[in-house]
Ligand binder design. Structure first.
Ligand SMILES: Nc1ncnc2c1ncn2[C@@H]1O[C@H](COP(=O)(O)OP(=O)(O)OP(=O)(O)O)[C@@H](O)[C@H]1O
Ligand SMILES: [Mg+2]
Length: 391
């Protein structure tokens, strides 16, 4: 079987609470408002027709205000609740068709959850909390302890394994919760407002720690928050819910630069864009061409196709060509520069505008952006950077 493209697919999922959810689904589908559904029809719309593709090995944030349906959505993913309509696929499998045994196995090995209020067992030590699920699942006690100690080290709690939860600060308790979720080696971590109960400094620490862990572990994390800064800091992708409906999904840069509607616009209005928007998101695509293979004809062909060309030597950018100035003289000049010239400054496409200020300020013309694997290059103009900061 070929590997599905997305780790989790949420396909047209609605969840209605009330005495007879199915009976009101036609109204929900017709778009009757959440308020009217409650006042006239006695049902609460938890989420309405939400579809999301969640890629593997990334942090996917679901954001929205209180009551927008975040918890309802995430609880579907480990089937704490089942949808009124729609499908949920994990690794291409429809989890709604699972029987009890398949569901137990799925929850034991594939998916685990970190709760807002830590949900630790007060009479058990840190280590016993961390390995509780493993022991219940039948793992040999010595093996479970060894594995548990590794998770405790991973979250920076070595030395505290024999303490009890009440002896720990909130941040430390939440790290126990995280270690417990990691202990099952689940590929998917669900985190529902996992940091919201922590005070700001500790919360900030935990966000940093989660980012570091994720850079090493490459889990599929679904992270719920009502905090925009947290969403922008953690999310490779962000989905915004309002009244149970999906308003927008995209990278932080996409959401800031192209808010889908007024609601999202108002939501993101006060964000410092320089700190969030990546330089790569502002670049236009450029083809790269080793100077040793470059002829005038080849340059022109690529310019027609892509609009911009970066000439490279020894893998480094040496000269830039732009279709807006594609005269024979300009091309010859660029070819000469590429053969002899010094390397041009390059920006990491994933860097924020703020991180690029110095390079942008020092450069006269467009600056080259390069993706992490160096497979794609782009050109960014200073004017576009200013424009992005003032939208
Ligand atoms: N078990 C339930 N029975 C009835 N209504 C429910 C139930 N669970 C959730 N709801 C309703 O569904 C809607 C979405 O609730 P949900 O808990 O998903 O919101 P949330 O975005 O997680 O909010 P918060 O930020 O406050 O946690 C709300 O209107 C809520 O009242
Ligand atoms: Mg919630």
């Amino acid at each position: 079987m070929s590997k599905p493209k997305h780790k989790i697919v949420i396909d047209g999922v609605s969840k209605v609470f009330g005495p007879d959810p199915q009976s009101v689904m036609p109204l929900v589908r017709d778009g009757v408002s959440k308020q009217e559904m409650l006042e006239k029809h006695g049902h609460v719309v938890g989420i309405r027709d939400v579809s999301l593709d969640i890629p593997a090995a990334g942090t996917f944030v679901v954001m929205g205000l209180s009551g927008s349906g975040k918890s309802t959505l995430i609880r579907h993913l480990n089937r704490l609740i089942d949808p009124t309509a729609g499908r949920i696929l994990v690794d291409g499998q429809d989890i709604l068709t699972y029987n009890d045994q398949q569901l137990r196995e799925f929850r034991r090995s594939k998916i685990s959850m970190v709760f807002q209020r830590f949900a630790l067992l007060p009479h058990k030590t840190v280590l016993d909390n961390v390995i509780y699920g493993l022991v219940i699942g039948g793992m040999d006690a010595a093996k479970a302890r060894e594995h548990g100690m590794q998770q405790i080290e991973l979250v920076g709690l070595s030395g505290f394994e024999n303490q009890y939860p009440r002896q720990l600060s909130g941040g430390m308790q939440q790290r126990v919760g995280l270690a417990r979720a990691l202990a099952t080696d689940a590929e998917i971590l669900l985190m529902d407002e996992a940091f919201s109960a922590l005070d700001p400094l500790i919360r900030n620490d935990m966000q940093g720690q989660l980012k570091e862990l994720q850079a090493r572990l490459h889990k599929t994390i679904v992270f719920i928050t009502h905090d925009l800064d947290e969403a922008l800091r953690l999310g490779d992708n962000i989905a915004i819910l309002k009244d149970g409906e999906l308003r927008q999904v995209g990278t932080g840069s996409e959401i800031l630069l192209k808010p889908a509607d007024d609601y999202v616009s108002r939501f993101v209005r006060d964000v410092n864009r320089a700190r969030v928007v990546t330089i790569g998101s502002l670049a236009r695509k450029a083809a790269s061409l080793p100077a040793s293979d470059a002829t005038e004809a080849r340059c022109r062909e690529l310019l027609d196709k892509t609009g911009a060309v970066v000439l490279t030597a020894d893998g480094k950018a040496r000269a830039v060509l732009d279709s807006r100035d594609a005269s024979a003289a300009s091309i010859r000049k660029a070819l000469k520069a590429a053969a002899r010239g010094a390397a041009l400054p390059e920006l990491d496409a994933a860097a924020t505008i703020e991180e690029c200020f110095a390079t942008l300020a020092a450069s006269g013309g467009p600056v080259i952006t390069v993706s992490a694997n160096r497979r794609s290059m782009g050109l960014v103009e200073r004017g576009d950077v200013f424009a992005a900061m003032t939208v």
